[in-house]
Design a protein around this ligand. Structure first.
Ligand code: SF4
Length: 422
């Protein structure tokens, strides 16, 4: 197999890794313009300064000694296999970089011989890229479950971000679908990465030229919808991971049928993309809005409402806290109002120092009034027609027909729509 054939196989095998923020796009080169993209193998991520960067997303190999039922690279799957030699992949990546096709690398791998052997090959690839070719750009590498502390330590000194995939949200599911991977084999490298980052901070405080260890932090990925865990279990788990392992991101990946195992949902099951989207919204609430997992969902209500974003859902279940007066509420309470994000909340706090804010002022501050209007007062008054009534607000939040150009609600919702019945 030549290098380009290998590239085709190994970028296709990497397509379900979601440590990037969008899927690849296919764009042909145009006369007079520089560069093009291919759908397989390119993904986008954001650097710490907010730049969107294009990464070559590839596996070192799709041979794997494990047989995880949800994975297309599992041992028992009959797919074309390939493996790069570290230098071959390093040269390919640097060649793409020099031609301006890519700005960085996302490297993962199936497991050959042992986790540490695979990590050794990955580290050698990155060593060549960093040390021999002097590449200083962004590299995201997946640590192999079961890898030793030493192997994780070496990888962390070469990559900007490291991730270990959690894969499934519970130990029972992992035992069932990925019996070769004990949960501890996933959590131990996570702990090692967390400790490495913490120790590295102290080293840099003492000696600012000390080599950096995973400066972009660590992340993980969970498959959603392949196993029966509730959204409550998933958001609680994500909260625990953020707190315990200082993760930068948890990625949720809607299960795409890739196998025929009786343990998995059948091939005609719809991909739960909306569920994935709602989980990302709930995750956002925990990371940027100060919500705890137990505020978003609870035992009586363990699933996110597919029709409403989780913040609106929370507000509807806590109407006793509303309306909130935007001219006096503190930042923490402003962040609880649907339609007001961290930027909007800060703008409100700054703007109301000069004058008392009206609904028109909020529109000028680009507050999303079609959501916020049901939950706020300005100078002690609600918007005309708005009222604190669960069914009324639910209908208006759901129905585009209930929105006027400035997001003001219709006077009366139809009676047949009831909370949770859409
Ligand atoms: S160890 Fe990774 S690559 Fe191998 S089968 Fe499991 S999920 Fe797939």
């Amino acid at each position: 197999m030549n290098t380009i054939d290998k590239l085709e196989v190994l970028t296709d095998s990497a397509k379900y890794d979601v440590a990037c923020t969008s899927s690849g796009v296919a764009r042909a080169g145009e006369k007079g313009k520089l560069g093009n993209t291919i759908a397989g193998g390119l993904c986008h991520s954001f650097s710490s300064d907010g730049r969107c960067i294009t990464l070559l997303k590839v596996l070192l190999t799709n041979y794997c000694m494990y047989d995880c039922a949800y994975c297309q690279n599992r041992r028992s799957n009959d797919v074309p296999r390939a493996m790069f030699d570290p230098r071959e992949l390093a040269e390919l990546m640097i060649g793409f970089y020099r031609r301006n096709y890519i700005e960085g690398l996302f490297l993962s791998s199936g497991i050959v011989k042992s986790p540490d052997y695979t990590m050794e090959l990955m580290c050698e690839t990155l060593r060549l890229i960093r040390r021999e070719y002097g590449f200083g750009g962004y590299i995201h590498a997946k640590a192999i479950p079961g890898a030793s502390r030493e192997a994780v330590g070496r990888l962390g000194l070469l990559a900007d971000r490291i991730s270990v995939n959690l894969e499934l949200p519970s130990e029972e599911s992992l035992n069932l679908l990925a019996p070769d991977k004990p949960r501890e084999d996933i959590f131990r490298p996570m702990r090692n990465i967390r400790d490495g980052i913490t120790e590295n901070r102290s080293d840099i405080a003492l000696y600012r030229h000390a080599p950096t260890f995973a400066p972009a932090g660590q992340s993980t990925q969970m498959v959603i919808g392949a196993t029966p865990e509730t959204d409550l279990q998933i958001v609680r788990l994500a909260e625990g991971l953020y707190n315990k392992y200082s993760l930068k991101r948890v990625f949720y990946s809607a299960y795409i049928p890739v196998g025929t195992s009786a343990l998995l949902p059948p091939g005609d099951t719809p991909v739960p993309l909306l569920r994935e989207h709602r989980l990302y919204q709930a995750d956002w609430l925990m990371r940027f809005y100060g919500f705890a997992a137990n505020e978003i969902l609870n035992e009586d209500n363990p699933h996110l409402n597919p029709y409403l974003d989780p913040k609106c859902g929370w507000a509807l279940n806590n109407l006793h806290m509303f309306p909130i007066e935007v001219n006096t509420a503190d930042l923490e309470m402003l962040l609880r109002i649907p339609g007001i994000g961290p930027t909007g909340a800060k703008k409100i706090v700054a703007a109301r120092r000069g004058a008392r804010l009206t609904f028109e002022d909020l529109v000028k501050l680009r507050i999303v009034m079609r959501r916020a209007v049901y939950f706020i007062t300005c100078c002690g008054k609600m918007a005309p027609g708005a009222k604190i009534d669960q069914n009324y607000i639910y209908y208006n939040l759901l129905s585009d027909a209930g929105r006027t150009p400035h997001g003001m609600p219709l006077a009366q919702p139809p009676e047949q729509l009831r909370l949770g019945s859409a």
